[in-house]
Ligand binder design. Sequence first.
Ligand code: PLP
Length: 376
Amino acid sequence: MDVYLDNAATTAVAPEVAEAMMPVLQEAYGNPSSSHAIGRKTRVIIEQSRRSIAKHLNCHPSSIYFTSGGTEADNLALRGAIRDLQCERIITSDAEHSAVIKTAQSLERSHGIQLDLVRHHEDGSVDLNHLEQLLASGPKTIVSLMHANNEVAVVQDLKAIGSLCRSNGALFHSDTVQTMCHYAFDLEALPVDFITCSAHKFHGPKGIGFLYIKKGIQLGGQIEGGSQERAVRGGTESTHNIVGLAAAFDLAHSDMEAHEEHIRHLKATMVTGLRALFSDVRFNGNSDDASRLYTVLNVSFPPHPKSGMALFLLDLEGVACSGGSACSSGATLGSHVLRSLKFHDPNRASLRFSFGRYNTMADVEFALAAIKRVFS
Ligand code: PLP
């Protein structure tokens, strides 16, 4: 038996999604920019998908710009704000995904922009007083703070951060890659200018996502070429992936509450099981708390001689989990998020278990038994 508990890295494509994509792959091959009927048919499919996604988010379809995923969407927002919207400063945090933090650092080097990092409280939440102090002076700014942290599950208050940005004349981008389709969004009500989405985090295909851009904000072309995506992002649209993204949205929104309940139940069982196994287990970022991202549990195991091998040994036992974000799991330095939030302890193995739609109670029991063997 193999158990997959790395759903924050990526998820399996849902059968409903694959089913929606197949006829597009086989039949809707026209270039959506072509003027003939076969091309126009593909254009209709893309625009139907855009409308359907926008409806779930309560926003205008023209606010959705398809991209290759979360990384590109984060880049588009930050680079666009500097290049096209006269922002001269980025305020972000060192616990952001590398798609944001590395882009901000790169813009600091290439464009000489000011880069300010907001502090966190001990529990990993953003220090709003510090953010307010930073926003009180300085040049035109874009704030980029993620909704839920992909490693330690801390959820930030988007409404509070967005309102602070609004009242100080700053733009607000949030990387919502880990929360999109796990929580309901009402973008008419939420004070955000940009949010990002990646389909493969909620049982959609890899290589597709979008940037939501609030109506009235106009970015210039970032990938030069054709005038696709209203000339913001040239390149022939990935029609089958766009249809897969829309199908994954439909699936997630068809049973969001039941899905959340299912996963919360699995996570709670995992927490109870780990507490029964180890008197000194800790949950980084209070990721066991109900207020945290319900799909992610970051476990700090008690000091043990096999700590350094834990991820590898669990893999041998048939349990797939992670030591951080998938992008950093191969790095020897460990997780930049754990270090920046001061959760890193060199004596302890910190592992992320993340749950998805297809996990079962048997998976959790299997993982607990494997963990017991590894740490025995
Ligand atoms: N942002 C967050 C919070 C993520 O977890 C990820 C994926 O690991 C990304 C961005 C990047 O998304 P993608 O893999 O679609 O480029």
